[in-house]
Design a protein around this ligand. Structure first.
Ligand code: SAH
Length: 348
């Protein structure tokens, strides 16, 4: 398989068929070689840096009913919350004083967060701080809405495509469509956002080779950020008895993504850290270069349960940050708290 790994590292490209061959035949030694190559490319583009993003989980109220997700609308056991504007600003002020310069607002599709409300939060923050980036991860919205939020000062938008398998997408996302998800990603790019997409690893029925199609989709989309992570079953969802994705496969795919999209911002996700205590450090060695510590109020973190067993480090944000910084330093990487934009991006 080395010739395909070499080709991938030189050309930053492979066909779907070649990716399938690679994924089917990857031995332990090949995988080590792949990870070494991804690490070289990461070093070339980003050195040993790991960018910090402060994650604020603004609401677990959601109109969607995604089968894998713990905050799906049908989960009557979820204890629901949403943060007020003041609470969100408070999280950012605290984050700023800890050194964070990127704030990620993530949440369910909660209509309480109107364009007006989000605009006023974004403008307040951008008016106060000139050196921050704001990332939104609030699901599908209309083109006009995306535009307004960009003009208000939002810089980045994360919207995973979850899977390009049309049939599976339909089964897992009632009343949603892969087409609309893709349309949203196109709008976001067109408007000028730094765009992140990505997929879940280990969804029921998928084999490692199936991700060749997701990889080709990402290669064509050319996102500035890619978020991939293992699917982890949540006990109050229809997928509670399914097997989740593995850290092993996630790390293999992180390495391939680093080689396909060499300058991409690639988080080692909380989900990866949840299924393997050393998962995030292994992720950094395979090409990941972003981490998203939690800045949400402590009492909300348990309620924002997308999956079982979410890891909590430390009793509050400052302690958590210190622990994460230490583990990153120990693994031989350098924590960085500046905005950390993708080098390809400039605000329109
Ligand atoms: N409403 C937003 C944010 C969703 S939560 C949106 O639609 O984009 C962010 C990500 O968590 C999702 O994109 C999904 O890939 C992931 N996620 C949801 N449930 C999960 C689970 N059970 N295991 C692992 N990741 C999950």
């Amino acid at each position: 398989m080395r010739y395909l790994i070499d080709k991938l590292s030189i050309k930053n490209d492979l066909s779907q068929e070649e990716l399938e061959v690679l994924l089917t035949n990857l031995t332990e030694e090949d995988r080590d070689y792949l990870i070494d190559k991804a690490y070289e490319v990461r070093k070339q583009y980003y050195g040993n840096t790991v960018f910090f993003r402060g994650l604020i989980e603004i609401s677990n109220i959601c109109k969607c009913d995604c089968f894998y997700c713990g905050i799906r609308a049908s989960n009557k056991k979820a204890s629901r919350y949403r943060l007020s504007k003041e609470e969100i600003l408070e999280c950012c002020y605290r984050g700023y004083s800890l050194g964070y310069r990127t704030f990620v607002f993530q949440g369910g599709e909660d209509s309480y967060f109107s364009d007006e409300l989000l605009e006023s939060i974004i403008k307040t923050l951008k008016g106060k701080y000139s050196d921050i980036a704001i990332t939104l991860s609030l699901g599908e919205r209309g083109e006009e809405s995306f535009k307004r939020l960009y003009e208000a000062g939002a810089d980045r938008y994360l919207l995973r495509h979850e899977t390009v398998n049309e049939k599976l997408y339909k089964e897992l996302h009632p009343n949603m469509s892969l087409d609309n998800r893709k349309k949203c990603l196109e709008y976001l790019k067109e408007i000028g956002y730094q765009v992140g997409s990505g997929f879940l690893i280990g969804l029921p029925g998928l084999k490692l080779t199936d991700y060749a199609k997701d990889l080709i989709f990402l290669k064509k989309l050319k996102p500035h950020m890619v978020g991939i992570g293992p699917f982890i079953p949540h006990e109050d969802t229809p997928l509670k008895n399914e097997n989740g994705g593995t850290a092993y496969d996630t790390i293999t795919l992180l390495a391939i993504i680093r080689l396909l999209l060499p300058d991409v911002l690639l988080p080692a996700t909380t989900a990866l850290g949840t299924i393997d205590p050393k998962g995030r450090e292994k992720g950094f060695k395979a090409g990941a270069n972003v981490i998203m510590p939690n800045l949400s109020p402590m009492e909300c973190r348990k309620k924002y349960a997308l999956y079982n067993g979410k890891v909590f480090l430390g009793k509050e944000s400052a302690e958590e940050k210190l622990k994460i910084e230490n583990s990153i330093l120990e693994a031989g990487f350098q924590p960085v708290l500046t905005r950390g934009d993708n080098v390809r991006w400039k605000r329109k």
